[in-house]
Design a protein around this ligand. Structure first.
Ligand code: SF4
Ligand code: SF4
Length: 457
């Protein structure tokens, strides 16, 4: 694609990077067919190619006028699912283009008071588990007002309340606080783990299952005090500075552990967060105080399924005849290009694994997208749930808390994290919500080791 930036415009690193990315696009349009918003809305401006043109025009004319509301409207409707990047034959780095566009829009295209307040509330609450837990406690009181909020145009607030769990979550993760879970087996690895912000509040069992499984199989798991949100939530709202602050906070804490020289990986079990941590190197490339450390942290980051696949878990301790639909989170399949590993791990653990039709289409979760764009998110959710129902499985497995939260309501089939099923198969407890399926999972008899065991008396 030909660009028309003046030399002085290209002195701005944001524009220079956008220029490099834009030039790779050959406007073939192959990305359009796989774009979740284009599939739902059918508008070229809500496709990757359409957005690329809008962003190009916005940046080329940035000296003449501020970004228009039209550009903001279509960029806001992008899920950052990155399905377009998987398909693009030219290797267009759409992620960093849309990140740059969002930052530009946030800085130069003021939003309405209502929109600004909503985004500030989300940015102030979600990345901080204590605040988030406190906010959830107020939900039961506010839930009866959902119809009223919808009627008076506060559909985002209504969506937020509808997404929150119906009963307050009081239990904290058993192992999720700071500390080290020391393996009782022969130690084969030592890892740092990101426990995240939303996940320990909404589903503490996921972090528990991850730590239990790793520690049982010879991995020391360090949860370093002071780590928290990866920054992805605010990054996707265009709040670049806030995202960098959260990234630096994690890097500072992890660096002390990495400096001791015994860390084999940084485990992330929410794929949206994993995609962000793997991008810290890029996010902080212009900061001389952090660039190298951020690059090192990104190189150590691994999704839990990626780590376990390379690590080789061996044979399971339980065997099941359960049928599992694997929902491939966009951040895992498109953001991190991890496709086969979770499926292979589940199969190795004895589950019959089925793919969800239209697996490349987003479920509509996408960070805060299901709050900020509830109509499109609702359509995508329904489409995904219909596709899941068509598989007629016992349980759904996914590797991202965002997808799990988005898909749970309205789906009869239980949905759990992949690692919860693996933990169960490798000796852990029944994942909450799957108690009715426990009868289909049986212990694998231990092999007899002594010749006396074979002598009948
Ligand atoms: S597939 Fe790639 S090269 Fe083709 S229009 Fe989309 S982004 Fe551009
Ligand atoms: S990130 Fe997803 S929603 Fe956004 S343009 Fe690409 S395919 Fe479409």
């Amino acid at each position: 694609m030909q660009t028309n930036f003046a030399p002085e415009q290209l002195r701005d690193p944001r524009v220079a990077e956008a220029d490099r990315i834009l030039k790779r696009c050959v406007h073939c349009g192959l990305c359009t067919a796989v774009c979740s918003t284009y599939v739902v809305l059918g508008d070229e401006r809500d496709s990757p190619r359409g957005r690329i043109y809008l962003i190009k025009d916005m940046l080329e004319k940035r000296d003449e006028h501020a970004p228009s509301e039209q550009v903001r409207h279509h960029v806001d409707r992008c899920l950052t699912c990155l399905s377009c990047m998987t398909t693009c034959p030219s290797g267009v780095d759409y992620l960093h283009l849309v990140d740059a566009a969002r930052a530009e829009i946030e800085e130069r295209c003021p939003r309405s008071f209502k929109d600004r307040m909503l985004r500030r509330v989300l940015a102030w609450t979600i990345p901080y588990p204590r605040r988030f837990r406190l906010a959830l406690k107020a939900v039961p009181l506010a839930r009866p007002f959902i119809p009223l909020l919808q009627r008076f145009g506060f559909k985002e607030a209504a969506a937020m309340l509808a997404l929150a769990p119906t009963s307050a979550i009081t239990r904290e993760a058993r192992f999720g606080g700071a500390g080290t879970a020391v393996t009782h087996s022969e130690r084969r690895a030592r890892v740092l783990m990101l426990t995240g912000c939303v996940q320990p509040v909404l589903r503490p069992d996921i972090n528990d299952a991850t730590i239990r499984l790793l520690a049982r199989r010879g991995v020391d798991v360090v949860v370093a005090h002071g780590t928290g949100c990866c920054g992805g939530i605010v990054q996707h709202m265009g709040q670049e500075k806030d995202a960098q602050y959260l990234a630096k906070r994690n890097i500072d804490v992890w660096w002390k552990e990495i400096g001791r020289g015994e860390i084999d990986a940084i485990i992330v079990n929410a794929s949206g967060c994993g995609t962000t941590v793997k991008d810290y190197g890029h996010m902080l490339r212009g900061d001389p105080a952090y660039a190298d450390r951020a690059e090192r942290v990104s190189s150590l980051a691994k999704d839990v399924s990626e780590f376990l696949y390379e690590y080789q878990l061996g044979a399971p301790e339980r065997w099941s005849s359960l049928r599992v639909a694997y929902h491939s989170a966009c951040s895992l399949q498109h953001g991190q290009r991890i496709h086969d590993e979770p499926r292979a791990l589940l199969k190795q653990a004895g589950f019959a694994v089925l793919d969800v039709p239209e697996g490349h289409i987003c479920c509509g979760s996408a960070g805060t997208y299901n709050i900020l764009q509830p109509d499109i998110a609702g359509q995508l959710k329904k489409r995904k749930q219909d596709n899941i129902r068509s598989t007629r499985v016992d349980v759904v497995a996914a590797g991202n808390i965002g997808c799990i939260t988005q898909l749970t309501t309205g789906l009869d089939t239980p949905i759990v994290h992949t690692v919860e099923l693996l933990d169960w198969a490798y000796g852990g407890p029944v994942p909450p919500g799957l108690e009715h399926l426990a009868q289909f999972v049986t212990d694998v008899p231990k092999p007899r080791r002594h010749v006396e065991d074979f002598i009948e008396t």
